[in-house]
Ligand binder design. Structure first.
Ligand SMILES: NC(=O)CCC(=O)C(=O)O
Length: 276
């Protein structure tokens, strides 16, 4: 499977509307994503990863998915998706719901994956909210559903577990995904430079402990005064980093071998020694 990771750079205050950013992202999907089976975008690129004061205004109504439509931030990306014929994981948007969730909020951090026709084929609501009482836990509901899915062709062949950024710190989530058959962890993120060494360590840890590929797309630039860490990466099931970005806007193009998961697990069958 050929994978393109689009490590988008942007800065709040740069006066880039949701529409303008969506057009720019769609152009990147066209130029960097062509010739790939799976394209990955980062977390909350349309709203701003750390720009919580803008989340409400830049939020998207995903109930339109049920009517076969897409919210404004994803329409240009879906057009680009159809043109290149890949599966595109659109990172995540701030989802707005009409009614409140369990904690009385109506915003969520939600990923949407598009099939090559530009139609949604999977969604995931971020389970672990980052902010220690501010940011996400203050403004958003927590997702409650583990999502492991078989993506459509041309990104088929490996079972994919969906998670988002801060989820990476919670290994039990990935064990639960493993138990549902995950072979690849796909992780859109907005992870700051201040903790980029945690990011690099945890990406490899999740790959090694669960013998899965890790495919992770971070952002670049400065969001609401927070410098983003870049260093998007693909790690193989043995923990080898196949590709890693630098700190700025950049795209990675990586080929992963479907049988590497089975080979790694057969060659070093540590998962068979789990005691539950
Ligand atoms: N967007 C996030 O979830 C940020 C996570 C983070 O900064 C950290 O775990 O450290």
């Amino acid at each position: 499977m050929r994978i393109a990771i689009i490590q988008l750079g942007y800065a709040e205050g740069a006066d880039e509307s949701v529409d303008a950013r969506a057009q720019r992202v769609a152009d990147l999907v066209r130029s960097a994503g062509a010739g790939h089976d799976l394209v990955l975008l980062p977390e909350l690129w349309s709203a701003g990863g750390f720009a919580s004061s803008e989340w409400e205004e830049r939020s998207q109504d995903l109930s339109v998915l049920d009517q076969g439509e897409l919210p404004p931030a994803l329409v240009p990306v879906a057009e680009a998706t159809r043109e290149i014929g890949a599966v595109v994981h659109t990172g995540s948007v701030v989802e707005r719901t009409a009614g409140p969730g369990e904690e009385g909020r109506h915003l969520w951090n939600t990923s949407v994956v598009l099939d090559p026709q530009g139609r949604p084929c999977a969604t995931y609501r971020k389970i672990h909210r980052f902010g220690f009482g501010g940011g996400e836990p203050k403004l958003m509901e927590a997702g409650g559903e583990i999502v492991v899915t078989d993506l459509p062709a041309p990104a088929d062949g490996l079972r994919v577990g969906l998670s988002t950024c801060y989820d990476l710190r919670f290994p039990e989530l990935y064990r639960l995904q493993l138990d549902r058959g995950a072979q690849v962890f796909v992780i859109p993120s907005a992870w700051p430079m201040a903790r980029v060494e945690h990011w690099r360590l945890l990406l490899r840890a999740r790959a090694v402990e669960d013998q899965c590929f890790v495919v992770a797309c971070n952002t670049a630039g400065t969001h609401a005064g927070v410098e983003m860490g870049g260093h998007s990466a693909v790690v193989d099931p043995g923990g080898t980093v196949l590709a890693e970005a630098g700190a700025g806007e950049e795209t990675l193009s990586v080929e992963i071998e479907d049988d590497a998961v089975a080979r790694t697990r057969e060659g070093f069958p540590v998962l068979a020694d789990r005691r539950l």
